[in-house]
Design a protein around this ligand. Sequence first.
Ligand code: PHB
Length: 366
Amino acid sequence: MTQQLLSPVTLGDLELPNRVAHAPMTRTRAEADGTPTALMAEYYSQRASAGLLIAEATAVSDNSISWQNMPGAFKPQHVEGWKLTTDAVHGKGGKIFLQIWHPGRATHSLLNNGQHPVAPSPIPITGDQIHTPEGKKDYETPNEITTDEIKRIVADFKQAALYAEQANFDGVEIHGANGYLIDQFLQTVTNQRSDSYGGSIENRYRFLDEVVNAVLEVYPANRVGVRLAPNGVYNDMGSPEFREQFLYAGKQLDRYGLAYLHVMDGLAFGFHEKGDPLELSEFRKVFGGTLMGNCGYTKEAAEARIVEGNADLIAFGIPFISTPDLVERFAQNLPLNPELGQEHWYGDGAAKGYTDQPTAQEAGIS
Ligand code: PHB
């Protein structure tokens, strides 16, 4: 049987050998100052047979850190550190984008040198806590972001894209998902502003649009992706008007000729239950470019989604943590490694549960 999932696809001006993407995942293996390490280069290069690697969420400034040992793209030494990764991936013929983010309210002043979190409206995350250098803490009530701060953060996204370009990333993915700052602007549950950034679907989309335009001053549109999570509950999200809001965003983003729109359509990361889940087929009607699905997909489900015409690529997260040669396993119908538990996802620099996962050959099953 022909496997569409393993067939080549054109992404902007890039020819990808298959439609399996590595989803961005926070793994906390950078230096304390956010400098990416040789261990991270090893991790990504082990997975370079993915059609596209999307590297983990990366801070755009020194007030957008939400994990100790997460990487940054806001200092020259971050560029040098990331070059280890891009060199290693390119050396194996792979392609890699960097995901750039600002967490908004989903961080803590203890992670950001005392700088208080900002968000569209002063509404804290409830029902969960955040890891800080002083242990787990309740989320703080964020300060309502000013228009001057909005301008500065948009400029930070542009600067992060410049650093990504200097580090030879093939492109960048703007993180508009999972309850981080861009998503906080998009949704009424976190955005109750009455200025030009809130109060209507168009206004709530404005911040994302400004970030996209800033990043397009650095990378051509066909090297820029955007990730959205219309169905997610993570970080206390989920708004009644999610369907209209996210389809509006998809329609607006369609004008740019982006590399792709990456939608977490699956419900494996939690579902807000504010209506029927928003599906890729609905995005297909408003977004004419490349669509990437994600979240909880098996090989079979990914294949079905591509064959039915509602996705061009599928990003895999958890399966890639434990199985570095995921593409070869799919191609040869081999079983995957046992899934690593959540205790290994975040690692404060450790190789254990990160670069120590065997290929099929190493596991003696090929
Ligand atoms: C996380 O660190 O838990 C995290 C980061 C980025 C995401 C989702 C989760 O998009």
